[in-house]
Design a protein around this ligand. Structure first.
Ligand code: AKG
Ligand code: FE2
Length: 469
């Protein structure tokens, strides 16, 4: 049986669905050519015949110093012009060029699924020194036909995505764990360099083989080993990134790596003071993964800590306690929503464009939560910022919902609305996390731009992972 990659038409697939079906399930996919059709890079870096536009590249970036990997083993540097003028050897591959550090990201537009990115967010990328990851992880690759990247998984279990600006790539990819079939003791990486020599193992290892056409974007999930071949002269933009779907994997990886290093160093522990020992551990870890558990801890702290959380509200919505922002809807809408929440039914279209006042939503959310915890509507009664009419409405809904006994099979949602999380969003845009314990505690994250679409997409996401029309 041949294993295949799923191709997504992102014109018709909401990104939240991509997040749920692929992000949280750590499954690869290809986004169609349409997703890059408007990128400036696609318009100017390639020629009509599909080859790299060397004239444009040299004119605009020719003096840039770029890293080249020679014979798959040794990194050297040269200028872009020099590389392009001699681009006839597949053993010389321009890789990991931090193009975006120098020239910014105006040459392309991130798909929402790729833009929720803790590593390459503007907070860090505008000033390298402030970047807890040491540098950004946004690259350009340029390779002659025949150049290729050895079998590997990406740095520190990060996700990666790779967009073909021009050219075509052949990919071999396999689910986490399958790399064990390709172990090799004599190799530095612990694995064979070229899995094509072991094609008899492909079936067992569930290897996916596919061709990435010009303009298509491949999502490489955390821990999926892969090997990539440029079939013709090819330019790609690649990012490594961490989001809410793989943060815990990265954290575990770094924590385990640290334990390994401590273990390795333990023999010489007696010759170090405690501080020296810790410094040594960090010294070994840092260049390896360009970050370490401390930076990840810092990162989590930044994400969840007070510094950026001007306001964080946990809204709990069981059918017994309705999601608070629904409160601002009409009674009829409320009962429809209630039905949808209780049965996972698709939400009707009349919810789609309901843009509500977020501050009120959050305030109601706080009150709802307080009432829910105390099992009483006193908090609403005492709320000084509400007028009598609002109090009356709110108390009616709270009392009604508190009177419904919680059922075993209730769908239970956690919704965090985070405002002021400025390292994720450029402006003070709220970020919303939704936890769905019914599908294994998975968490979605999206920002307020998507808030109006929230109800519809949420329903579609529920349906996607838990279909029961
Ligand atoms: O295109 C290549 O040569 C390698 C791409 C890759 O490994 C990645 O995107 O993770
Ligand atoms: Fe990779």
């Amino acid at each position: 049986m041949a294993y295949d990659i799923i191709r997504i038409d992102d014109k018709s697939t909401p990104w939240l669905e991509i997040l749920v079906k692929f992000g949280f399930k750590n499954q690869p996919f290809i986004l169609g050519e349409w997703s890059t059709a408007n990128w400036s890079a696609r318009k100017s870096w390639g020629c009509p015949d599909g080859m790299p536009n060397k004239v444009f590249l040299k004119q605009n970036y020719g003096h840039s110093v770029v890293p080249i990997l020679v014979n798959g083993t040794e990194y050297k540097s040269t200028t872009l012009s020099e590389f392009l003028d001699n681009m006839n050897d597949p053993e010389v591959y321009l890789k990991d060029w931090h193009f975006q550090n120098h020239y910014g990201t105006s040459m392309y537009v991130l798909h929402p699924f790729f833009s929720r990115d803790f590593v390459n967010c503007e907070k860090w990328t505008s000033d390298k020194n402030k970047n807890p990851f040491g540098d950004d992880y946004r690259f350009v690759y340029i390779g002659r036909a025949g150049s290729w990247t050895k079998f590997h998984a990406d740095v520190a279990t990060s996700h990666s995505w790779s967009a073909n600006i021009c050219g075509r790539k052949k990919w071999f990819m396999m689910p986490p764990g399958s790399e064990e079939f390709f172990r090799c003791v004599s190799s530095e990486s612990g694995f064979v360099d070229d899995i094509r020599d072991f094609s008899e193992l492909f079936e067992q290892a569930k290897v996916i083989t596919f061709i990435q056409e010009p303009g298509e974007i491949v999502f490489v999930p955390s821990n999926w080993y892969h090997q990539v071949h440029n079939l013709v002269d090819t330019i790609s933009i690649n990012h490594n990134w961490i989001n809410s779907t793989n943060l815990s994997l990265v954290h575990d990886f770094l924590a385990n790596r640290k334990l390994d290093v401590i273990q390795e160093l333990n023999d010489c522990f007696s010759s170090f003071h405690k501080e020296e020992f810790e410094e040594k551990v960090e010294e070994i870890l840092t260049p390896e993964v360009k970050n370490n558990p401390n930076t990840v801890a810092l990162f989590i702290a930044l994400r969840f800590g007070n510094a950026f959380l001007l306001l964080r509200v946990i809204l709990i919505s069981n059918p017994s306690v309705l999601v608070p922002f629904h409160f601002m809807l009409t009674h009829d809408q409320l009962s429809k929503l209630y039905d949808c929440a209780a049965t996972s039914k698709r939400l009707p279209n009349d919810f789609v464009d309901d843009q509500k006042d977020l501050k009120t939503v959050i305030r109601y959310g706080e009150l709802f939560k307080a009432c829910h915890s105390a099992n009483s509507s006193d908090y609403v009664q005492k709320a000084e910022d509400l007028n009598e009419e609002e109090k009356k409405q709110l108390i009616t809904v709270v009392t009604e919902k508190l009177s419904i006994p919680k059922q075993e099979n209730d769908i239970s949602w956690n919704v965090d609305i985070v405002i002021g999380n400025s390292h994720v969003a450029k402006s003070l845009r709220p970020v919303v996390n939704i936890q769905m314990p019914t599908i294994g505690g998975e968490t979605f994250e999206f920002d307020i731009d998507s808030f109006a679409q929230f109800r519809k997409q949420l329903a579609e996401a529920v349906l996607a992972v838990n279909p029961q029309e």
